[in-house]
Write a protein that binds this ligand. Structure first.
Ligand code: PMV
Length: 326
């Protein structure tokens, strides 16, 4: 009873911030994202009667009880569906640093969901998998379908799932992640979501978001980088303004984040069509069409504070593979 899954991380163009229901992880708003080809998690799950308890490994390192609790609760959900009380060995590895604004919980819970469901040999639709992944981590539900993905706001768990708007071949966009920090973030996004409503900007955001979503979908359909870019920058700034004005405030930006944000605007004045967005962390996601990739990389090479660059294309969603991690 063993299965291995690979799942991409995703970058949100319209962000999920704040929840209608904390336990069910029902979002306050619809969000839209793109799966990332070079930021992914691989997870192997084996359920066996020989296991005396759940054992969770991050690479070579065995995780302690406290850091495995969310993973174990997720395995419990899948055990309940399968009606099988078997403990699991789970080994997981990321292709990128954890907790640094590259959504590791998204790829992590998407891969864990598919691998555990596969190991239990459960028959689940893409919708079922997306709902299950959402219960582990909200943004994980967007890493199940392929390419460009929408997660619609809904009042009920059965209707809060993601689906593909376009597959990964629709538009040759690049997300070049400028990694400025590999430190683990101090406040998790789970905690951050809970306080989002305390920002005076939060309710205003919910009012104007539907119109922005319509425009963003138009930009995706038209493959209009200028339209998309202007919208995603507004979104990223708004997300972080809410974070900074919620109680207690959350500051994910650092000096290098601000430097790059300002530079991107200067590069655009010189005709380079590249735009920024951010997740819950200091690393900057630079979005452009593939024809601009080399020019953007040349610019980034000159910035000594950038530790690493991860170049992503749109990716397929979570999938099972034959090569197990153990
Ligand atoms: O799924 P979570 O709880 O890690 O929340 C993710 C929130 C953001 O990354 C900030 C935005 C998003 O939509 O991915």
């Amino acid at each position: 009873m063993k299965a291995t899954a690979v799942a991409p991380s995703n970058i949100a163009f319209i962000k999920y911030w704040g929840k209608k229901d904390k336990n069910l992880r029902l979002p306050a708003n619809t969000s839209i994202s793109m799966n990332l080809s070079n930021a992914f998690t691989t997870t192997t799950v084996e359920f066996s009667a020989d296991n005396k308890k759940d054992e969770i490994y991050f690479g070579e390192k065995r995780m302690d009880r406290k850091s495995s609790i969310r993973v174990i609760s997720h395995l419990d959900r899948i055990r309940r569906i399968a009606k099988k009380n078997l403990f699991a060995k789970v080994v997981t590895q990321n292709s990128f640093p954890q907790s640094t604004g590259i959504a590791s919980s998204a790829s992590g819970f998407a891969a864990l969901t598919l691998a555990a469901v596969g190991a239990m040999d459960l028959k689940c639709s893409e919708k079922d998998l997306s709902i299950l992944a959402r219960l582990g981590s909200g943004s994980a539900c967007r890493s199940i379908p392929c390419g460009f993905v929408e997660w619609k706001v809904s009042k009920t768990s059965e209707n809060s799932y993601s689906f593909s708007l376009y597959d990964e071949k629709h538009w040759d966009l690049k997300d070049i992640i400028a990694v400025v920090s590999t430190e683990e973030k101090k406040t998790s996004s789970t905690l951050g979501h809970e306080n989002a409503k305390s920002s005076p900007l939060f309710s205003k955001r919910l009012e104007h978001l539907p119109a922005r979503i319509v425009k963003l979908k138009e930009a995706l359909k038209e493959k209009n980088i200028k339209k998309l870019g202007e919208l995603i920058e507004k979104e990223a700034i708004e997300l972080h303004m809410i974070m900074m004005t919620q109680d207690p405030p959350l500051f994910y930006w650092d000096g290098s984040t601000m430097e790059i944000v300002k530079l991107v605007r200067l590069w655009r004045n010189d005709g380079l069509l590249v735009y920024f967005t951010l997740d819950a962390g200091p690393n900057v996601h630079l979005i452009c069409e593939s024809k601009e990739e080399n020019k953007v990389l040349e610019k980034l090479k000159k910035l000594s504070y950038i530790k690493n660059v991860i170049i992503n294309s749109p990716s397929s969603g979570a999938r099972l593979i034959d090569k197990h991690l153990f």
